[in-house]
Write a protein that binds this ligand. Structure first.
Ligand code: 6GP
Length: 808
C-alpha cells in the first residue's frame, strides 16, 4: 500500500471538503476537517480490510474471537493514523491547512464502551492482534450511551448521559446483511421423534433483531485490518399482529418498547456485579448474536460440518459476562444442528477459554434461577443439564470431593453461578498477573484447580506501547529513537538497550527535559480547564483509575491531609513542592466512593487556597476521567500511585502505562506491581505496606484492630477527627461515613495499617527526588524494562498456550 504524504493528505481532504460541504478549506470548521480526514483514512483502510477478510477466507484460517461486554477504545483517529504510518504526515497536513491538529482530533467522541481495566485491556488486545498479523476479532455491544460523563459540582460527582453517537461515528459500518434474531422468553416444547431423538421447539418468544456495526481494527504498518463487531438492538420488522390474543399483543408492544434498552447503555459498574434483569438480557443479546454469527460465517467460509468448529474457532470470554455463550453454543449445536448432547459438549468444551479479572467477591456473577428460567428458558434447561452431569461426575469419579459439591455446583442456593459454569466448560482458565493466578489457584478457585489443574494458567496483562508510548508521548518516543534506534517499535523488549545509558549524564538530562516539557503541557491544560496554576517544578504525583475502596484513593488523601497538617504547624517546612493529581469515576450507586471524591475536592479547595502552604501543595481533581484524559496525564507523571490493598488488584494496567512513560511506581506488592518489582528491583520503585499473604491472613484469622492505630498514632487520629468534626465540610456530617467505615467497620482495606509505611515511602521518594540524576536514572531503568508489559507479549502468550492460531 502506498503511504500518503502530507501533500496527498491535504489534496484528498481538500477534495472531500470541496465536494461534500461545497466549501473552501479556509472556510471549513474543525469538525468538517475531522470528517474529511477520517474519510481519507477510511479510503486507505477499505482495500486492506477487504483483503484481510479474503485472506482469512481463502486460507481457511483458524480465528480467535474475543467476546466482551466492554471495549474501551477511546478516540481512534490518532491511533488509526499511527498504525497506517501517517500520523506525522497528518499533523503536518493539518498544520499547513491552518488547523491545530489537537482541535481536529478532539472532534471525535471518546468512545467509552467500557468501565476501566477490563474494557481497556480488550481494546489493547485487539490492537496487538492486528499488529501481530493474527486473525482475531472482537464482539461487543454498540451501546448508545457509553460510560456516564462526570461533572464535579460543589465537590460532588454528578452523572450525565454520554450520548456519544449524537454526531455520526466515522469508523463504523452498518452491516444489515449480517443481522440475526435473538429470542427471549417463550415456551420450550419437546417432541420425541420417531427415531427416539428429541426435537426442541422454542415458541412464542420475544424477538429482537441484532444488527452489527463493524469498526476496523488496523494493525501497525502491516496491512492487516481485523474487525470489532458491535451489536445494536432493533425491532424485528413488521408490525405486530393484533388480530389474535390481545394480551399477547400488548405484551408485544411493551416488549418492542423495551428493545431500545438492550443496547441502550453500558452498566457503569467496575469490578462489581450488577444483578439486574436488563444486564442479563444484554449479556444474552451479545452472546447469542455473536455465536450465531460465528457459526454462520464458519459454515459459509469453511464449508465444514459443525464438528470441525473447534479446529477453526476459539472463543475467549472476557470475565464471566459473556459466559452464556457456552449454553448458547450448546443450544445451536443441538437444536439447530441436530447434534446429540455428548457431541455438542465435546465440541463446546474445546472452544471456550475464560479469563478471570478479579477476586472481589462482589464481582462474582450469579443470577437467580427464576429470572433466568423466565427470560431464557431453553438456556436455563441446558445449564441445568450441564450442572447435573457435572455434579454426577464428581459424585462418581471424585469421591473425595463429594462434600464440596455445594461449593462447586453451577446451580446452588437458588442461583446460577457463572464463574463455575465458565470453568467447567472451558479448556483454559487464566488470571491476569502471576500473583492473581496464584490466588485463584490456592484460594478462590482452589477446588476447581484441584479438579482441573491443567486448565489453569497465567497471562500477565499488557498494554499497547503504540498508543501508550508512541502516540501519547511523541517527545519521549523520538528521544528513545535518537538514542537506541527504532528496533523496539516492533520488539518492545529491545527498550532494554536503554540501560547502557543509565550513567550517561547527557542522556539523563535529555530525559529530564522531555518530562519537564510534558509537565508544562499538563500544567497548561490544568490551568485552562480549572483556572488553577500548578508549579511545573513540583513533583507530579498521579492516581488515575476507577474509584474503589480497594484502590485506596483514601490512603492518598490521608497522606495529603497529613502533609497539610504539617505545613500548618510549620509553614517553613523544607518540602519539595507536590502536585497531587486525581482522576476517577465512581459507580453512581457507590456511596462511599462518591464520598471520597467529595473529600478529595474538599481537601483541594482548602489546601489550594491556604497561604500557609505557600504553593508547596496543590491538589487537582480532573473531572470526567476517560481514555483521552489518561493520554494527556500519563506522559507528565513522575509518581504513579498503585496503592491497592495487596491481593485485591488482579493486575492493574495503568501501572504499566506510567512505567513506560518514565514515572516511578509508589505501590504495594499487588497485581502486576510485583512483576515490575521483579524486573526493576526495589531500588527503582517505592514499595510499601502489607503483603498479600498478610492481608489474606488477617481476613481469615482476624487480628487487625484499626482503633488501636487510631489510639496510638496522633497523625492518624488528627485526620480522622478532622473528618468527624466537620473541619473539612460545610456541615459536620459530610465525611462521617468514611470515619465510621474505618473505626466501626474496622477499616476493611487496611488504610490505617498501611498509613505509616506509606508516609515513609513518600518521604523516601522526596529525598530521592532531590537528586535529579538519580531520579532520572531510576526512571530510565523503568522505561528500559517496560517492554515486558507490551500487550504484544501478552497476546503472543495467549496464542502459544491457548489459541494456537497462526499469523497470516
Ligand atoms: C480489572 C482488574 O480490577 C484490574 O486489576 C485488571 O488489570 C483489569 O481488570 C484487566 O485485567 N477488572 C475489571 O475491570 C472488572 O470489571 C470484573 O472485573
Amino acid at each position: 500500500m502506498k503511504r500518503l504524504t502530507a501533500e496527498d493528505l491535504k489534496a484528498r481532504m481538500t477534495t472531500y471538503i470541496n465536494t461534500t460541504y461545497r466549501l473552501d478549506v479556509k472556510e471549513a470548521t474543525e469538525e468538517e476537517v475531522f470528517y474529511a480526514l477520517a474519510a481519507v483514512v477510511n479510503e486507505q483502510v477499505k482495500p486492506l480490510w477487504d483483503k484481510t477478510n479474503e485472506r482469512y477466507k481463502s486460507e481457511q484460517t483458524r480465528q480467535v474471537y474475543y467476546l466482551s461486554m466492554e471495549f474501551l477504545i477511546g478516540r481512534l483517529i490518532e491511533s488509526n493514523l499511527l498504525n497506517l504510518g501517517m500520523l506525522k504526515e497528518a499533523n503536518q497536513a493539518l498544520q499547513e491547512l491552518g488547523f491545530q491538529a489537537e482541535d481536529v482530533f478532539t472532534v471525535e467522541q471518546d468512545a467509552a464502551l467500557g468501565n476501566g481495566g477490563l474494557g481497556r485491556l480488550a481494546a489493547c488486545f485487539l490492537d496487538s492482534l492486528a499488529s501481530l498479523n493474527y486473525p482475531g476479532h472482537g464482539y461487543g455491544i454498540r451501546y448508545r450511551y457509553g460510560l456516564f460523563e462526570q461533572r464535579i459540582i460543589h465537590g460532588n460527582q454528578v452523572e450525565l448521559p454520554d450520548y456519544w453517537l449524537k454526531k455520526p461515528y466515522p469508523w463504523e459500518v452498518r452491516r444489515e446483511e449480517e443481522a440475526c434474531v435473538v429470542q427471549f422468553q417463550g415456551i420450550v416444547r419437546m417432541h420425541q421423534r420417531r427415531n427416539g431423538s428429541l426435537e426442541i421447539n422454542h415458541e412464542h418468544t420475544d424477538k429482537v433483531l441484532a444488527v452489527p456495526y463493524d469498526v476496523p481494527v488496523i494493525g501497525y504498518e502491516n496491512e492487516t485490518v481485523n474487525t470489532l463487531r458491535l451489536w445494536s438492538a432493533e425491532p424485528v420488522s413488521g408490525a405486530p399482529d393484533n388480530s389474535g390474543d390481545q394480551e399477547e399483543f400488548y405484551h408485544h408492544l411493551d416488549f418492542e418498547h423495551s428493545i431500545e434498552q438492550l443496547s441502550g447503555f453500558l452498566y457503569p459498574d467496575d469490578s462489581s456485579y450488577e444483578g439486574k434483569e436488563l444486564r442479563l438480557k444484554q449479556q444474552y443479546f451479545l452472546v447469542s448474536a455473536s455465536v450465531q454469527n460465528m457459526i454462520k460465517q464458519f459454515k459459509k467460509n469453511y464449508r465444514l460440518s459443525s464438528k470441525h468448529f473447534p479446529e477453526k474457532i476459539v472463543i475467549q470470554i472476557n470475565d464471566t459476562h459473556p459466559s452464556l455463550s457456552i449454553p448458547e453454543l450448546m443450544r445451536i449445536l443441538m437444536d439447530e444442528e441436530d447434534l446429540g448432547w455428548d457431541e455438542a459438549w465435546e465440541i463446546t468444551t474445546r472452544v471456550f477459554a475464560y479469563t478471570n479479572h478479579t477476586t472481589l467477591s462482589e464481582a462474582l456473577e450469579t443470577w437467580p434461577i427464576a429470572m433466568m428460567q423466565k427470560l431464557l428458558p431453553r438456556i436455563y434447561m441446558i445449564i441445568d443439564e450441564i450442572n447435573e452431569r457435572f455434579c454426577q461426575g464428581i459424585w462418581f469419579d471424585h469421591k473425595e470431593k463429594r462434600d464440596k459439591i455445594p461449593e462447586l455446583a453451577i446451580i446452588a442456593d437458588e442461583q446460577v453461578h457463572m464463574a463455575r459454569l465458565a470453568i467447567v466448560a472451558s479448556f483454559s482458565v487464566n488470571g491476569v498477573a502471576n500473583i492473581h493466578t496464584e490466588i485463584l489457584k490456592k484460594k478462590e478457585m482452589k477446588e476447581f484447580h484441584e479438579l482441573y489443574p491443567e486448565r489453569f494458567n497465567n497471562k500477565t496483562n499488557g498494554i499497547t506501547h503504540r498508543r501508550w508510548l508512541m502516540q501519547v508521548n511523541p517527545k519521549l518516543t523520538s528521544l528513545i529513537q535518537d538514542i537506541i534506534g527504532d528496533q523496539w517499535v516492533k520488539r518492545p523488549k529491545q527498550l532494554i538497550s536503554l540501560l547502557r545509558f543509565q550513567h550517561d549524564k547527557d542522556v539523563l538530562e535529555q530525559f529530564a527535559k522531555v518530562k519537564n516539557e510534558n509537565k508544562l503541557a499538563l500544567a497548561n491544560f490544568i490551568h485552562q480547564q480549572m483556572g488553577i496554576t500548578v508549579d511545573d517544578q513540583s513533583i507530579f504525583d498521579v492516581q488515575i483509575k476507577r474509584l474503589h475502596e480497594y484502590k485506596r484513593q483514601l490512603l492518598n488523601v490521608f497522606h495529603i491531609i497529613y502533609l497539610y497538617n504539617e505545613l500548618k504547624e510549620n509553614p517553613n517546612l523544607d518540602m519539595t513542592p507536590r502536585t497531587f493529581i486525581f482522576g476517577a469515576k465512581a459507580a453512581p450507586s457507590y456511596h462511599l466512593a462518591k464520598e471520597v471524591i467529595k473529600l478529595i475536592n474538599t481537601v483541594a479547595s482548602i489546601v489550594n487556597y491556604d497561604k500557609d502552604t505557600k504553593g508547596k501543595l496543590k491538589v487537582i481533581f480532573l473531572e470526567n476521567y476517560n481514555v483521552s484524559l489518561a493520554e494527556k496525564i500519563i506522559p507528565a507523571a513522575e509518581i504513579s500511585e498503585q496503592i491497592s490493598t495487596a491481593s485485591k488488584e488482579a493486575s492493574g494496567t495503568g501501572n504499566m502505562k506510567f512505567m513506560m512513560n518514565g514515572a516511578l511506581t509508589m505501590g504495594t506488592m499487588d497485581g502486576a506491581n510485583v512483576e515490575i518489582y521483579d524486573l526493576v528491583g526495589e531500588e527503582n520503585m517505592f514499595i510499601f505496606g502489607l503483603r498479600a499473604e498478610e492481608v489474606l491472613d488477617y481476613y481469615q484469622h482476624g487480628g487487625y484492630h484499626a482503633r488501636d492505630i487510631y489510639n496510638k498514632d496522633d497523625r492518624v487520629r488528627r485526620i480522622l477527627d478532622q473528618l468527624n468534626n466537620g473541619e473539612f465540610g460545610t456541615h459536620d456530617i459530610e465525611f462521617k461515613d468514611i470515619y465510621y467505615n474505618i473505626l466501626y467497620h474496622n477499616d476493611p482495606y487496611f488504610v490505617l495499617k498501611d498509613f505509616e509505611p506509606y508516609i515513609e515511602a513518600h518521604e523516601y521518594a522526596e529525598s530521592v527526588y532531590r537528586d535529579k540524576m538519580k531520579w532520572q536514572r531510576m526512571s530510565l531503568i523503568n522505561i528500559a524494562h517496560s517492554g515486558k508489559f507490551s500487550s504484544d507479549r501478552t497476546i503472543q502468550e495467549y496464542v502459544n498456550d491457548i489459541w494456537k492460531i497462526n499469523p497470516t
